[in-house]
Design a protein around this ligand. Sequence first.
Ligand code: GRF
Length: 229
Amino acid sequence: MRAASTSGERMAKRRVAILISGRGSNMAALLAAARSEDFPAEIALVLSNRPAAKGLAAAREAGLATAIVDHTRFGQDREAFERALQAELEKQQIDILCLAGFMRLLTPWLVSRWHGRMLNIHPALLPAFKGLDTHARALAAGVKIHGATVHFVIPEMDSGPVIAQGALAVRDDDTPDTLAARVLALEHRIYPAALRLVAEERVRVVDGRCVIDGAAVSDHVLLVPADEA
Ligand code: GRF
């Protein structure tokens, strides 16, 4: 498949695999974006480490190629799990990996193979609130601004150059659930935007920071909804 580049010529669509473990709402947002003719990436594979992941069923219904690499089959051997995962990615000739609620820590073995080509979405404004339960922790800390981050994956968990962030105001009456719901809506906007930039090869990492070619700081990389301003 072909897509228009920013300069107007046609370039091949990047082949993307989305890695999930559960619900798959970010996966669905990426799928929806990729349906546009001008989106520079196609979703070539949805892979889950959990056979029962809800998102897998949705991917199948959408007619996508899916694969399961069940981590429990590999016991403590993380690298064996990753070798099996890598084999599925190679079968589909994947160019870019998007982690979307993929609940496995990855070793340097896999991460190094996908250097600059593996993205993750995290439900907090990194480097704040790495790890789990980000919304409850943000509320407990009393931060006034919270949000989500798309970043390149490096061996350290929830670290790596930031590609895009979405921010919103924390409300006095927010609960972890209400905050999570508003952040999730932001996630669904920044992840496709970040993937577009990476697939168009407009993201360069300079001294550990992402520089976006052809963009001022804009709604491509920083999203603050008007109703939150
Ligand atoms: C999202 O909040 C994402 O930021 C985090 O895990 C959650 C996955 O949700 N990494 P979904 O499966 O995409 O709905």
